[in-house]
Design a binder for this molecule. Sequence first.
Ligand code: GLY
Length: 348
Amino acid sequence: MQQIIFHRSLSHDLAAAISECRHDRIFILADEKTARHCMPQIEQFDCLNGAETIVIGQGEENKSIATLTEIWQHLSRNGATRHSLLINLGGGMVTDIGGFAAATFKRGIDFINIPTTLLAMVDAAVGGKTGINLNGLKNEVGAFSDARFVIIDTTFLKTLDNENLKSGYAEMLKHGLIGRMEQWVELINYDLARPDLVMLQQMVSESLEVKRSIVAEDPHEHGIRKALNLGHTVGHAFESFAMTTGRPILHGYAVAYGLICELYLSAIKAGFPTDILRQTVSFIRENYGQMPITCNDYPALVSLMRHDKKNTTGTINFTLLADIGDIRIDQTASEEEIREALDFYSEG
Ligand code: GLY
């Protein structure tokens, strides 16, 4: 199981983490954006003396087999051995592909994640899921492989734009809903338009604890880890649908819209309290606006839900809630109920 470090001094914590990993050579993976904005914060560290940098293209379209090959080749041509160390510096795209490159290069080398976006800090960089996209399908090929260390430094968030901050925050909202009432109250009262980063650091730590404890119980998603899919069955359908219309939306926005629909399903099928539904929905609408859909889009959205890889028996699999923290995995809903949830979403 990976160790999560909340940094006090990034150089000190990184040096300590490196000293506990195999590291005859150190490679740092960044994308074009993090190479420009985040690398300057770490490249002068003594512990990274002589480290080799690998820079890849940014964006989800580069989470591909071609980029993965580039990383393998760079490692191979520059003398990486099975005792070398890869440090992934970036958002979820970098930690996903870098983790997979490390998991597979010479059958597995150690890696450390330094997530630089909120989404990566609270979700992607933690929990051992690594992978790439293939044939237009997200995370079609991958492996469970834990980073030896994940170092969380929320000062990287100072340069993150508000849309990407909100995108990560949607996963925190999800953690609050599957976590504890006090956490949810704190989350829906937070001012996302004027984020207080000191307060956010504490909230990130609480959020990570929800994910960490669930993953510790079920690392390979045979059972309770499916709780982390709350909002994602409908959310992934919104995300893919938005892509096909040429107006892509950020992952966390799709999850926020998915939460509206899946909390509605939770209310009608599992008795989720309607006042908590109402308050969560108004927080989401206020901060995330709406991706407009009409009932003509429902067949495409339902079909995308049917093709989700979380399904096993031809039905659409949902994680629902009977209350905050009262999780019901492996739930299904009829097409009529899903349409009703989409009506609830679009009615505003
Ligand atoms: N992103 C959900 C999980 O790690 O299981």
